[in-house]
Design a protein around this ligand. Structure first.
Ligand code: 5GP
Ligand code: MN
Length: 345
């Protein structure tokens, strides 16, 4: 059995907010990943089952390898259909914010959401939630927002009513946010929940293949290029760096999601503690920074100090407004500053 996560007061408050609302927007952070999409779709399925007019909305496009998810055809992309989505957000009587902790993670959707007078709910597992919602569950110890959402839904109504579709979406988020249960996944509750989800008939092996055996040939060529040509390893820091320019993305017909997971690969180098990935954004004129680490190396501290970002201990991100050469110099500075934490082992 799982411990109850919410207090009775929280449950009552959440039930009241859900009962009172009919037109509900369910949304997540920009560049949605499996956990964000899983949570948005699982919650939407739950609300549809309750007869609500729930509209899943994402700030911008999501990767092709998530297009198989049940209910995905009902998701509206704000960036593509601003004129259609903005009025829905304005007219909503509840907005549910999943898998993010601050309104600026909504990018273009930030203003419509914060302008809206409707109550807002946040369900998230990132550090340091910003105070912009009326009801907040923020649990950084959770493997994923989907794990957190599973626990909330089961606390609200038990496991019985949960559908196959909800279970598939929740499992997808748990699986992707833990690198297929290879990090941030040592709590036994996680495996208890997987066991429960399997009773809904989900095929977890198929879900794995749907996500990870679903890439384009271009992604593979780009991965080969990155590892062979672009990977720089700093043995003195047990750290690696990969950079990807706009021109290279064009050359390899890069599509959103094609570089997903690349930053994790260099951690497979023995003794590796940190991996940094810099990518020139094709939509905005900046450089996206991704950091991954193992054990207790604090990516989030480095991201906050050097890359205008933050995140989790072992997975963080940020952005830089400079040239790629300047960004590489900033990475070198960061490695130098954190040398003792990278090498003291
Ligand atoms: P990714 O490398 O996948 O873009 O991001 C990894 C994690 O870092 C995300 O789950 C999120 O917690 C955090 N993150 C990414 N970008 C940003 C950012 O610009 N600001 C902050 N505060 N956190 C970020
Ligand atoms: Mn997440």
């Amino acid at each position: 059995m799982l411990d109850n996560l919410l207090s009775e007061v929280d449950v009552q408050h959440l039930c009241t907010l859900l009962d009172k609302a009919h037109n509900i927007i369910v949304t997540c952070h920009v560049s949605p990943d499996g956990d964000a999409m899983g949570a948005v779709l699982a919650f939407s399925h739950f609300l549809w089952r309750k007869g609500k007019n729930a509209q899943p909305v994402v700030p911008n496009i999501f990767p092709d390898f998530l297009k198989w998810m049940p209910g995905v055809e009902r998701v509206r992309i704000y960036e593509k259909h601003e004129n259609e989505v903005a009025p829905l957000v304005a007219a909503a009587d509840l907005i549910i914010c999943l898998d993010f902790n601050a309104p600026d993670r909504l990018q273009g959707l930030q203003k419509p959401v914060t302008d809206s007078q409707s109550p807002k709910i946040m369900i998230d597992h990132h550090l340091d939630p910003v105070d912009f919602c009326d009801w907040v569950v923020s649990r950084q110890e959770m493997s994923s927002t989907c794990e957190l959402l599973y626990r909330i839904l089961v606390q609200l109504e038990g496991l019985d009513p949960m559908t196959y579709e909800e279970a598939v979406c929740l499992y997808t988020g748990m699986m992707t946010d833990t690198g297929c249960f290879s990090y941030n996944s040592n709590r036994s509750d996680i495996y208890y929940i997987i066991g429960r989800l399997l009773t809904k008939g989900i095929d977890k092996d198929k879900i794995y293949r749907n996500v990870f055996f679903n890439y384009s040939a271009e992604r593979f060529r780009l991965m080969g290029y990155m590892l062979y040509v672009k990977l720089e390893y700093f043995p003195e820091y047990h750290a690696s760096l990969m950079t990807l320019t706009r021109e290279e993305q064009k050359r390899f017909s890069h599509k959103k999601g094609d570089t997903e997971g690349f930053v994790n690969i260099p951690l497979q180098i023995g003794k590796s503690r940190l991996s940094v990935f810099l990518r020139e954004d094709t939509e905005r004129h900046n450089i996206r920074v991704s950091l991954r680490s193992v054990d207790d190396f604090p990516c989030n501290r480095m991201a906050a100090e050097f890359f205008n970002g933050g995140g989790h201990l072992n997975a963080s991100g940020g952005e830089l407004s400079c040239t790629m050469d300047e960004a590489v110099q900033i990475v070198r500075k960061a490695l130098k500053k954190y040398a003792s934490l990278l090498t003291d082992r």
